[in-house]
Write a protein that binds this ligand. Structure first.
Ligand SMILES: *Cc1c(COP(=O)(O)O)cnc(C)c1O
Length: 226
C-alpha cells in the first residue's frame, strides 16, 4: 500500500522547491492522477488534502466519481473520443486534451446541450511524437482561432506531455519552449491561466521551467498495475 500522505508531502515539498528556484511567485496546482486506482485511493488522497484529481478515461472516471462522496475539482487529462464528449462535459471541470478541431467541435456541441461553458486546454505535441496526440506548434494558432469561435468553450491554457527520455534533463528545452509559447499567448488574452506540464518523472523540471499545473500519479500512489 502506498503511503499517500507521506508521498503527497514529498511531492508538495519538491514543487515548492522548484517554484522557489523559478522565483516568479506564481502558484502551482497539483493534479493528483488517480487513473487505474480505485475510488478508495481517490478518497484517501482527498482526505489527505488533495483538491484536484485527474483521470484519463471518461468511463472509468464516471464510475469512480459516482461513488466518491467528496467534492473535488476534476480534470480530464487523456485523449477524448468524441462519442464521450457529453459525458465528459458533465463530469469534468477542466479538459486538458483538446487536440484538434474535431474534439473541440464535439465538446462545444456537448457543452451547449448540457447548458455549460466548458473550460479547456489545448494539448500541444511539441516534440512531434507519433505516439502522442496534440496539435503541432505550427497549427496551434489556427486551433486557437477555431476554439475561440466556439460559444460554449473557454480556452484556459495549454497542456504538454513531454517525451519519456531516459535522461529527464532532455525535457528541459521543451518545457522552456512551451513556457515561451504559453506566456506569449497569455500576454494578449484574458483567462488564459494554465500551463499543464510535468508528470512523476519530470514535474520538478517542468515547474522550474514555468508549469503552473502538474499532473502527478505514480509519485503519490505508487506504480499502476494494468
Ligand atoms: C498518467 C498520466 C499522468 C501521470 O503520470 P505519472 O507518471 O504516474 O505521474 C500525467 N499526465 C497524463 C496525460 C497521464 O496520462
Amino acid at each position: 500500500m502506498a503511503d499517500v500522505v507521506g508521498n503527497l508531502r514529498v511531492v508538495l515539498g519538491e514543487i515548492e522547491k522548484a517554484q522557489r528556484q523559478r522565483g516568479t511567485g506564481e502558484p502551482v496546482t497539483l493534479v493528483a492522477v488517480t487513473k487505474n486506482h480505485g475510488v478508495e485511493l481517490m478518497r484517501q488522497a482527498i482526505d489527505a488534502g488533495v483538491k484536484q484529481v485527474g483521470e484519463n478515461r471518461v468511463q472509468e472516471a464516471a464510475e469512480k466519481f459516482a461513488e466518491l462522496e467528496r467534492t473535488v475539482t476534476k480534470h480530464l487529462i487523456g485523449h477524448l473520443q468524441t462519442n464521450k464528449a457529453k459525458q465528459a462535459v458533465r463530469l469534468f471541470d477542466l479538459i486538458h486534451s483538446v487536440d484538434g478541431g474535431h474534439v473541440a467541435a464535439a465538446l462545444d456541441k456537448a457543452a451547449l446541450s448540457v447548458g455549460k461553458v466548458q473550460d479547456v486546454l489545448i494539448q500541444v505535441n511539441l516534440a512531434k511524437e507519433d505516439s502522442k496526440s496534440g496539435v503541432y506548434e505550427e497549427n496551434l494558432p489556427a486551433l486557437i482561432e477555431f476554439v475561440d469561435a466556439l460559444q460554449n468553450l473557454r480556452l484556459r491554457g495549454l497542456m504538454l506531455i513531454a517525451p519519456n527520455y531516459s535522461d529527464v534533463e532532455n525535457c528541459r528545452p521543451l518545457f522552456r519552449r512551451m513556457n515561451e509559447i504559453f506566456r506569449a499567448i497569455q500576454s494578449r488574452r484574458e483567462n488564459f491561466d494554465f500551463l499543464s506540464m510535468g508528470m512523476t518523472h519530470d514535474y520538478k523540471i517542468a515547474v522550474e521551467e514555468g508549469a503552473n499545473v502538474v499532473r502527478v500519479g505514480t509519485a503519490i500512489f505508487g506504480e499502476r498495475i494494468y
